[in-house]
Write a protein that binds this ligand. Structure first.
Ligand code: GLC
Length: 537
């Protein structure tokens, strides 16, 4: 397997609007990220992924872009962006931007022109039809919205304010490639590509048998030609790193996007865990990992993450954000940083931030949740019940502001934050984490350092043990003479295991562990709730 810098890298995701507000307007901003770079660097991460900061009416928090080549005023200016980029580089880190090219905002000048007349030269930049079909969109009951001006419907995979671009149109593709070159020429190091497997549409838009399974939106004929063209026209001319957001994908299909030599993407996010496993399910998780390892190892590179700006924070969703918050946070961190694939840290994860439960729909901001709420309540359902149903997976769970210290608003802003700060900021915050040598933060830092110094965590092969066990995930990573055994008790109960059942005669030194008092002389071990321990063997 060939070695590259990005296979060895750890990515830190910065949802800038919730990171740090430098000017008191209630929104985090690029200047705020700039001011916190020492903190980010101290974690040891290599790459920053910046969520979209392009000009946007902000219906979907920047994923509805109205101008690809300018910075949203809430985020700052191009001058601040340039300053941030060079400061990231000065620190030896890299910066990747979100590339959102499946759709634009309905306020993009292209769409304004496109909707103005059937014979407008930009009409064909988007997808217009006289007839609709029965498809659901991510954020709306239909993928089609009727437009009065010309009496036709346009297509949108997300909200009606996010019309899909028509990738069949060569001019659209050229515009996008030119825009990508604009950012790469500025010196950015690559892209996280938003729903990149949605670009090609199913020919003829046939009705779906089961419209609620929206997988018809992705992986359609032509997608690989587009990505190979993008690689050929843009990416191959730069040392650009790319990670694709790829929903509805099997390992076999995943390999078509990230297979070495396919000249498409470097790595990808699949959503078998985050989209389809609402609560922790050990057997299912093990099977997912096994299939993806089998499908990709030696052929293409995977990514590992358990939360991001779209998915409820890991301790709240899969762990225990009360009694075992620290243990479950560090246990899942050990998991993500020792499985095969690139680890991603979503801001605040490194201090064990938790999800939220706002008491009224008005306190939520997430368009996906709000639209779903309106739809369900519109059917006559009890609003309280609908709210409860949507709270657990609301995207706002992970979008509340970063908690810096115990001062008002968690030190995030001097103004009124765009979304409420989690009231637990008094106890869970960066200042507290940095002052406690046993904090979650230092555990992450150690995991990241270990990765830097031990190629086995990157290139080591993966073998699992105790596959039937519902609490314990046990596996080795092996590279040459080096082998590590990872033992994780992903549960709130104690679990007893015998070391011999993990294919190991004798344990070597402990590499990292999240409970004090473990040693390497044990033959039978009783693992504590959410205990994680890694041994050399
Ligand atoms: C991706 C983004 C999400 C956004 C959607 C539409 O899934 O991560 O935040 O709403 O695409 O662009």
């Amino acid at each position: 397997m060939n070695k590259t810098w990005w296979k060895e890298a750890v990515v830190y995701q910065v949802y800038w609007r919730s990171y740090y507000d430098s000017n008191g307007d209630g929104y985090g901003d690029l200047e705020g990220v700039y001011q916190k770079l020492d903190y980010i660097q101290s974690l040891g991460v290599d790459v920053l992924w910046l969520n979209p900061c392009y000009d946007s009416p902000d219906v979907d928090n920047g994923y509805d872009i109205s101008d690809y080549r300018s910075i949203m005023p809430k985020a700052g200016t191009m001058a601040t962006f340039d300053k941030l980029l060079s400061a990231v580089h000065d620190r030896g880190m890299k910066l990747i931007m979100d590339l959102v090219v499946n759709h634009t905002s309905d306020q993009h000048s292209w769409f304004k022109e496109s909707r103005s007349a059937i014979d407008n030269p930009k009409r064909d930049y988007y997808i217009w039809r006289k007839e609709t079909n029965n498809w659901r969109s991510y954020f709306a009951p239909s993928t089609w919205t009727y437009d009065d001006t010309t009496g036709e419907y346009y297509f949108h995979s997300f909200s009606k304010e996010q019309p899909d671009l028509n990738w069949e149109n060569e001019k659209v593709r050229q515009e996008i490639y030119a825009m990508m070159r604009f950012w790469l020429d500025k010196g950015i190091d690559g892209f996280r590509m938003d729903v990149i497997n949605l670009l090609a549409k199913l020919p003829g838009f046939p009705n779906a048998e089961n419209p609620t399974d929206i997988s018809y939106l992705g992986n359609n004929p032509g997608i690989h030609e587009y990505l190979q063209e993008m690689h050929d026209k843009v990416l191959k001319h730069y040392d650009a790193f790319t990670v694709g957001e790829i929903p509805f994908v099997s390992p076999e299909d995943g390999l078509l996007y990230v297979g070495e030599g396919r000249d498409e993407l470097n790595t990808m996010f699949h959503f078998e865990v985050c989209d389809y496993m609402a609560h922790w399910d050990m057997q299912r998780f093990k099977q997912i990992q096994a299939r993806w390892y089998e499908g990709l190892w030696g052929k293409g590179w995977n990514s590992q993450f358990l939360n991001n700006h779209d998915h409820t924070r890991v301790v709240t969703r899969f762990g225990n954000d009360a009694e075992y918050r620290e243990q479950s946070a560090t246990c899942f961190a050990t998991l993500i940083h020792t499985l095969p694939g690139m680890p991603y840290v979503y801001q605040g994860e490194e201090i064990g931030m938790t999800g939220i439960r706002f008491s009224s729909i008005d306190e939520y901001n997430d368009i996906s949740m709000k639209n779903k709420y309106a739809e369900e309540v519109g059917k006559g359902r009890d609003p309280e019940e609908v709210l409860k149903e949507l709270q657990h997976l609301s995207r706002d769970n992970s979008r509340t502001p970063m908690q810096w210290n115990d001062s008002p608003q968690g030190g995030f802003t001097e103004g009124k934050p765009w979304i409420a700060v989690n009231p637990n900021y008094a106890n869970i915050n960066v200042e507290q984490a940095l002052s406690d040598p046993n904090s979650i933060f230092y555990y992450y830092k150690k995991l990241i350092e270990l990765r830097k110094r031990n190629e086995v965590t990157v290139y080591g092969s993966f073998t699992t043990y105790l596959d039937e066990h519902d609490q314990i995930y046990a596996y080795t990573r092996t590279l040459g003479d080096e082998s590590w055994l990872v033992l994780l008790n992903i549960s709130e109960q104690h679990a007893t295991i015998s070391v011999a059942d993990c294919g190991v005669e004798k344990l070597g030194e402990i590499v990292i562990s999240n409970y004090a008092g473990r040693n390497n002389q044990e033959k039978v071990m009783e693992l504590q709730p959410y205990e994680a321990v890694v041994y050399r063997v």
